[in-house]
Design a protein around this ligand. Structure first.
Ligand SMILES: Cc1cc2nc3c(=O)[nH]c(=O)nc-3n(C[C@H](O)[C@H](O)[C@H](O)COP(=O)(O)OP(=O)(O)OC[C@H]3O[C@@H](n4cnc5c(N)ncnc54)[C@H](O)[C@@H]3O)c2cc1C
Length: 457
């Protein structure tokens, strides 16, 4: 029987453990904090639960034009909201632990490290160590928030995204530093919850690296909803003075608020794990180098998830872990294909993407036809008072195969699935155009965009 040892109980680790156990392997998984990892306890699950409340309030605020008479002062009680967030995360973590146990996985609480070859050492909370000899090791230790020497979180008013759930009252003025996915999501959420929000972006546009039309749409919405978006503004330092936080920018401007959220990116948890000493190559940023089947440079040692920096998504972490197990256990292996990954930014409205991006098409000179339509022209959108958003599709010129798409709108995360299916199964634009859509529905715009790309013979 093959014995697999896994360090890290997030989606990269626990999904691999479940799949390996199902395939008859002996599996040991070590986790130092809680089952489900940062995904469940501090990152993805809590943030999306907070955003669920913000989305309701945003919808309520915009329902006046639908004829809804609102009592004044509709608001959320942040103490209750955060209580719910943390309860939900704990319950999910508990469920994952139970699932691992009932699947026959040996679960250990403690700090794991690679001792030598494919042997790991585990140190428990009391400092006792044990050694596990395995045939293969999967490192899935995740990442943690980046902070800077001049912007140290205090857990009360200067916060990382892991610390915001301790707030019991809505901040008067939240300054979010960083306008990548995490910064944009939290800025959108606190704006929806009713806080004054300033978003400090070092680039000329929010969400650099994302589809430019999507980024422009979200920035317009942010500004229309009263958010201060400071472009080309790099944070130099963050200081607290009593109930005030001061964010000083590199050009000398100072922004004052009641709280500051640092969304400066992530650092891989790869230190102190015995990786480099045992032949596992790390890149300059400390990320573990892996190939498309999750192999590191050390024989029998695999890595998955945020510690590899391949694409920091829970879904990708889980897939990398499953692929590693297929490789270890000799099952059919489908190497990771990033062009099929669909992802979503949970701002309001949401931004969902799959396949090749506009940037890749432009930079690599991919011969593609592109069409885009605003959601505002869609009958269902009109009925629901939806003004913002669009559907954009990319198809390979000649064959008409769908190679990518972007959807901005309410529940774009759900709408993108049809495009994802088209990309992963190489459907043509005509096949997407000809499939029935419900009338009236937002997905009608997906088919309509496909029709716009169709070229009569
Ligand atoms: C605010 C935020 C929101 C996000 N939202 C989404 C989203 O909506 N959708 C999405 O797909 N992704 C989202 N992500 C990204 C997602 O959370 C990560 O990609 C995902 O957590 C990666 O999973 P992982 O298994 O690699 O790491 P983690 O989930 O971080 O798990 C790693 C685990 O390893 C443990 N560990 C570390 N070192 C050791 C050690 N030496 N011994 C034992 N255990 C150890 C840690 O305690 C941790 O539990 C979000 C990220 C952030 C920051």
């Amino acid at each position: 029987m093959t014995h697999v040892a896994i360090i890290g109980g997030g989606p990269g680790g626990y999904e691999a453990a479940l799949v390996a156990a199902r395939h008859g392997a002996e599996v040991t998984i070590v986790e130092r904090d809680g089952w489900g990892g940062s995904t469940v306890l501090t990152d993805c699950v809590p943030s999306k639960t907070l955003i669920a409340t913000a989305d309701v309030l945003t919808e309520v605020a915009e329902s006046l034009e639908l004829g809804v008479e609102l009592p004044s002062g509709v608001h959320a009680d942040l103490a209750k909201v955060n209580h719910r967030v943390l309860d939900l995360a704990q319950a999910q973590s508990h469920d994952i632990g139970e699932r691992l146990s009932s699947s026959g996985v040996r679960i250990l609480r403690g700090q794991g490290r690679l001792a030598s070859g494919t042997t790991i050492e585990v140190t428990d909370a009391d400092g006792a160590t044990s050694t596990i000899e395995a045939d293969a090791v999967l490192v899935a230790t995740g990442a943690h928030p980046r902070v800077s020497d001049t912007a140290q979180p205090d857990g009360e008013r200067i916060l990382t995204w892991e610390q915001v759930y301790g707030l019991t009252e809505l901040p008067d003025h939240m300054i979010v530093v960083g306008s990548g996915v995490t910064g944009a999501e939290f800025a959108s959420a606190y704006n929806g919850l009713g806080a004054r929000v300033t978003l400090v972006s070092s680039r000329d546009r929010v969400l650099p690296g994302e589809d430019p039309d999507a980024a422009d749409t979200i920035e317009d919405v942010f500004r229309r909803r009263g958010m201060d978006v400071l472009g080309n503004s790099r944070m130099a330092s963050v200081e607290r003075d009593g109930d005030t936080v001061r964010v000083t920018l590199t050009d000398g401007r100072v922004v004052e608020g009641s709280h500051c959220l640092l969304a400066l990116g992530s650092i891989p948890n790869s230190e102190g794990l015995g990786l480099a000493e045992n032949g596992v190559l790390l890149d300059d940023g400390g990320f573990v180098r892996v190939d498309r089947v999750s192999r590191t440079t050390a024989p029998g040692v695999y890595a998955a998830g945020d510690c590899t920096g391949v694409l920091m998504l829970a879904s990708v972490a889980a897939q990398q872990g499953r692929i590693a197990m297929a490789h270890v256990l000799g099952s059919a292996v489908h190497p990771l294909n990033l062009t099929e990954v669909s992802s979503n930014i949970f701002t309001s409205p949401e931004i969902a993407t799959v396949g090749v991006s506009q940037k890749k098409i432009d930079e690599q000179g991919i011969q593609a036809d592109v069409a885009m339509l605003p959601l505002a022209a869609n009958p269902r959108a009109k009925m629901q008072g939806v003004r913002d958003g669009f559907v954009k599709l990319f198809a390979r010129r000649g064959s008409g195969t769908v190679i990518g798409g972007v959807i901005v709108g309410p529940r774009a995360s759900e709408l993108i699935h049809v495009v994802s299916l088209a990309v992963s199964t190489s459907l043509t634009i005509d096949q997407v155009a000809n499939a029935f859509t419900v009338y009236p529905s937002m997905s009608g715009t997906v088919a309509e965009v496909a029709r716009r790309i169709h070229r009569p013979e």
